[in-house]
Design a protein around this ligand. Structure first.
Ligand SMILES: [Zn+2]
Length: 77
């Protein structure tokens, strides 16, 4: 299956394009709870050109904006 990435370049699950979480010892898709491979949506894998430090910096900046003002998803409407 092709690898999928979010807008910022973090790898997400191949099944749903979502993030993943550990259920006991198994890494699972947060959307369908199927078992996924290490690196899919767990925050450890990024596009080759992406700097993870910068990714998280942008993520936290976006969350501050979201908390402070009325947040609107890009291109949803
Ligand atoms: Zn899934």
């Amino acid at each position: 299956m092709d690898k999928k990435y979010d807008k910022g370049g973090q790898r997400v699950t191949s099944c749903c394009g979502c993030y993943s979480t550990y259920c006991d010892e198994v890494l699972c898709c947060k959307s369908c709870y199927a078992e996924v491979e290490f690196g899919e949506g767990d925050g450890s894998e990024f596009r080759a050109a992406v700097d993870p430090d910068l990714y998280y910096k942008n993520l936290f900046a976006a969350e501050e904006v979201e908390a402070g003002v009325d947040f609107r998803e890009d291109g949803e409407f």
